[in-house]
Design a protein around this ligand. Sequence first.
Ligand SMILES: [Zn+2]
Length: 346
Amino acid sequence: MGQPLFSVFGIPVHVSIWHLLTLLFFFQTSFQNGVEFGLAMLFAASASVFLHEMGHALTSRHFGLQPTVVLTGFGGFTSHQPARRPRDEFLVVAAGPTMNFVLAGCLFGLHAAFAGEEGDTGFAQVLMSQIIFLNIFWGVYNLLPIMPLDGGQLLRVTLRRFVKKSLNADRWTHRVGLVLGAVMAVFFAVQFHSVFGAVLLGLAAFENYRALQNVNNMDADYRADRPHERVGELLRQARTAFEARDFEAAMRFCHQARAEPELSPAEIRHTWHILAISAASVGDLDDAIRFAERVPNSPEMAQVQASCLLSLGDSARIRTFLRSPAALQLTPERLDELRAVSRSDA
Ligand SMILES: [Zn+2]
């Protein structure tokens, strides 16, 4: 992705050339009101999208999830480390549209104040009302419960909270996304004559269709594995929770599964694997190292140990780790990094 264009509050922001080009395409009619007006609309649209992403980014930074913002095409996205709790994830996702509504509210207040004083419909007034509309539209559009839009993600987190099997929650999320995506695609085409909007929503519907197939396949895999046994169900729930980044639940199911007598060596290995990554994700670094040590000859587990040891900054333990067989699984860069820290207080 290369270097970020700029950083805000320590959050790197990348801007793709497609961002500018797509906005130009969308707001070309604004230039009919003059170049100044067109440029102002372009800037305002970009700023609205940017502030939406900053809503996600600042909230995820608050939870220590190291966000990065990318502005691309008409919109943007914020990537960050997985949230530790469903509640955190909900707040991070909800903060994007909230930012647009707050912005629209503030501008509406200003708009009303100035209209009261001057009472004319000049450049600033028209611009202001269009920016308000834009922000309301962007907030509402993103809240459509269609994955991968914010609304779809909120629906998934909420359903996972209330539906017992998280696989079923995902299934319902994608069913809603598939149907609503298709309906909204037609609506955008007919009502707004927007080919772009229709294609975007149509693609989202298709993505949900594919995700739905994946969920169904995954469910079938687990059933074939261990038809009616308790251990099979526990492992399935552990993996589902793990994939849903519900690490606390994943660890709980893993511990329950480990208590079952008939675990195969492959299943035991899989359980330690989930436990190690989950513990590292929730910040139980010592546990994570302990779990990862149980899986020999795994580059991924060696990597977990290395990053936990680096976070702990314990140079004595790093020196011991460097002499262990697990260190042979690491990349040269990671080894250099560990060696540098191990020498720091030697
Ligand atoms: Zn968003």
